[in-house]
Ligand binder design. Sequence first.
Ligand code: GSF
Length: 209
Amino acid sequence: MSAATMKLFHNPASPFVRKVLVFLHETGQRERVELETVLLSPTSPSAAVNAHNPAGKIPALCLADGSLLHDSRVIVDYIDHQHGGEPLIPRDGAARWRRLTLASLADAVMDAAVLIRYETATRPEEKHWADWLDGQQAKITRALAEFETAASAELPSRFDVASIGVACALGYLDFRQPELSWRKSFPTLAAWYAEVSQRPSMLATQPPV
Ligand code: GSF
């Protein structure tokens, strides 16, 4: 009898899915979830995903009672309420708002990088809009500068919702934009990332080579 009581719509390339998997590993709950791998994009949707999430996006989580959770922010919050350890999402106080804001900026980096990926990998070459791509990339660069500042104290303080988000965003940049070479401009962030990348939860969830 599999211990899995939940099903996660998944793709190993998704940084938002990786966030959920890292949460599961970090809270000792990975075996509770079976993965249903899907391929999808805005122009080639997944009927199965659409049936479970009208937004047509992964991750989406099916619970044992049939209820459906999405998006990744809701899913990681749910996962964080299912274990007995110290919450990875601070439940109250100033720390909560700052950690959630850093996590939200990490999501914004993932959003921008995924949108760039769709623009450059799925839209026909002649429809690419340079100003739009430049605008998305600028969001990423500004966020990395904020993460560089946070890397000296805030990020190393705990591998929680904020750090997990930043780590998954950086892993996605390495995966989809290897030519970006962000480490040259952000050495403190690079040192922090080199360390957290060795965590079992990160090693177990690396994007496909
Ligand atoms: C974003 C998920 C997302 O963009 C979340 O879960 O936090 N706000 C959501 N997922 C992408 C796959 S990706 O991460 O590479 C997705 O499902 N794209 C399909 C589409 O139609 O946009």
